[in-house]
Ligand binder design. Structure first.
Ligand SMILES: NC(=O)CC[C@H](N)C(=O)O
Length: 387
């Protein structure tokens, strides 16, 4: 490499985003100091920043929040979708303020620091979002140094060396280490079927964890199931050894097509058992791959809490929560696999079913967290098939 030209750090800058293109975007760092390389994506949800940061599907990504005031309800131990944040960092417009909420136990910046996640404020998040919309989600490095010392050429090299999400298997890095029974309670909002009040047996479901969100399991329990979570590498034999009435495939990070031998062949074997099967997001993409479909990397991805989806069976529109950067190619779906939902933003595939609905999956997040609850019926449909 040519000798690095020192780059002047603007007055007061303690954070920076360096894109692989060479763009250098200065701001103020918060949370942990250090740097992290990944894909820069944007999220349009106005609420739920802690749930978003802890969603394991965000491994390998840093999130530009389009809503300008992030952090003003602080942080609490309940609004988490996994034990730790998985997104690499957050990029926001305004500085994090004193929390103003009865549920807050600490400031967001302290929570970020404690969990070793980097924040960057003072960013023109509208300009960054427009850039992503125009040219796709870029790779970059986010860095925070309280003393304002940054080696920009080194950070740029790091941004350029990061291989990108396409072809990257990340589910394996975030899955559970061992199997466990879900005892994390039910959906906090508490509507839907009440299995305990009904007094019946809860049908057992094995959920394969590719990077699952807690609220999926809460919703399955709310809908009446008993959930055992298995690591992503579980074999079909191990799954069936729990004698499940139904099988669930979770969300998760990375490229679905890069999951290799541990996911798709196992799902194929499980489909042969004819047990009801339900998948969400990465689980949807893996089911599509298992039946012979294809997935591709999207240009900018869909991440927000107000994405309209059309249910093709009756034309109803569901307002959904979304977080995905890959999509199932509708045209690749073989005969016998029915497209059930499409995005009203770009027509991309948002759901499939086969065997008369015995196995089905959706690209969006019916568990919300954050987001609307229009699609809870999918949990009831799945558990209803088991009862
Ligand atoms: N939320 C998810 O499960 C995301 C699935 C996949 N990693 C994608 O980005 O498309």
């Amino acid at each position: 490499m040519a000798e690095a030209t020192p780059i002047a750090v603007p007055e007061g800058a303690t954070g920076v985003l360096v894109l692989a293109s060479g763009e250098v975007i200065w701001g103020r760092g918060f949370g942990a100091e250090g740097n992290a390389a990944g894909e820069v994506c944007f999220h349009t949800a106005m609420t739920g920043y802690q749930e978003i940061m802890t969603d394991p599907s965000f491994a390998g990504q840093m999130i530009c929040f389009t809503f300008p005031h992030i952090g003003n309800v602080g942080a609490n131990p309940d609004d988490v979708e996994a034990d730790n944040p998985h997104a690499l960092g957050m990029i926001v417009r305004e500085d994090v303020t004193e929390p103003s909420n009865f549920r807050s136990v600490e400031r967001l910046d302290d929570w970020m620091k404690q969990h070793e996640r980097i924040g960057l404020s003072g960013i023109d998040t509208r300009a960054l979002t427009r850039r992503i919309r125009g040219t796709g989600a870029p790779n970059g490095v986010i860095a925070h140094s309280a003393s304002g010392e940054f080696d920009i050429p080194w950070l740029l090299e790091r941004a350029r060396a990061w291989p990108g999400l396409e072809g990257m298997d990340l589910a394996i890095t975030v899955t559970a280490e061992t199997h466990y029974g879900w005892e994390g309670g039910v959906w906090r909002l508490g509507h839907g079927y009440d299995a305990d009040a009904a007094g019946g047996e809860r049908p057992p479901v094995v959920a394969i964890d590719y990077g699952s969100k807690h609220n999926i399991f809460r919703n399955l329990v709310q809908a009446g199931a008993r959930v055992t979570v298995l690591p992503a590498q579980a074999t079909a034999k191990q799954v069936l050894s729990f004698d499940p009435d139904g099988i669930f495939l979770s969300n998760g990070p990375g490229d679905p097509a890069a999951t290799g031998e541990y996911a798709v062949p196992v799902i194929r074997e499980l489909l042969e058992t004819k047990k009801p099967l339900f998948g969400i997001c990465l689980g949807h993409q893996l089911l599509a791959l298992a039946v012979g479909g294809q997935t591709t990397k999207m240009f900018q991805g869909h991440r927000g809490a107000n994405h309209p989806v059309k249910r093709l069976s009756d034309g109803a529109v569901e307002i959904t929560s979304m977080n995905h950067g890959f999509a199932v190619e509708s045209a690749s779906l073989p005969d016998g696999v029915i497209e059930t939902h499409v995005s009203l933003f770009d027509g991309s595939n948002c759901g499939i079913e086969l065997d008369g609905g015995r196995a089905f999956s959706v690209q969006y997040h019916p568990e919300a967290s954050p987001g609307p609850q229009d699609s809870f019926y999918l949990f009831e449909r799945f558990v209803g098939m088991l009862r």
